[in-house]
Design a binder for this molecule. Sequence first.
Ligand code: URA
Length: 248
Amino acid sequence: MNQEQRLNYLEAMGIQVWLPRRSKHDVPDEDYVSTESVIEKPCETIIQEGDRSDKIHTWDNLSTQVRTCTSCVLHKTRIQTVFGIGDEHADWMIIGEAPGAQEDQQGEPFVGRAGLLLNEILFSLGLQRSAVFIANILKCRPPNNRDPLPNEVEACSSYLKQQVELIAPRIILALGRIAAQNLLQTRESIGRLRGRVHYYQSIPVIVIYHPAYLLRSPVEKRKVLQDLILAQQTLGKVSFSENHTNNE
Ligand code: URA
């Protein structure tokens, strides 16, 4: 998708696009990125060739562990677990909160209305849903879509940690307050967490508003657009520092 198509698409989503005034020779706009967003730790994604079959084996084991998990009370009320979906070698990993009713039924994250909006958000980044990996903090639906309890997050956290290790994405998008707070181990508000770069296992994390919230407050889509630009800038810097290191 070229720039013009993407802008048309964002416009169709109802997002008013403000492009920074810059020529193609300008360096990225550093002012926008807070000091915390400076990349100090390029993510480590070195995969040994011989590790490949081990990784597939580990991935299969992990998915079996999740499917049969009884570590918390949510296993009693779930229809099925929702492991995650997408490219196991994706550069982008998307992390939401927990499955809802439709996800519980279909065994796939973000399949409801929020999922459709997530697809549009990805599309605005030039990404197909199948090109990223989408997972949640929790693999089972909390009854009545209540917030995850700390012991449930704790019981599930090693699954997500292993998924991130195996996928080794170059960037993570955390969707919404619950995903961001649990991933980053903080109680800061989403308003303070968005707009800067955080790290999870040395991988840059950008926090954006949850698509379900955007359905209720479409006016906030503009902030998401800013955060997506930050994510793309961050990914550019990661790629640059990786290339730089490789050429040394
Ligand atoms: N909301 C989430 O956070 N995750 C899903 O999978 C669906 C809705």
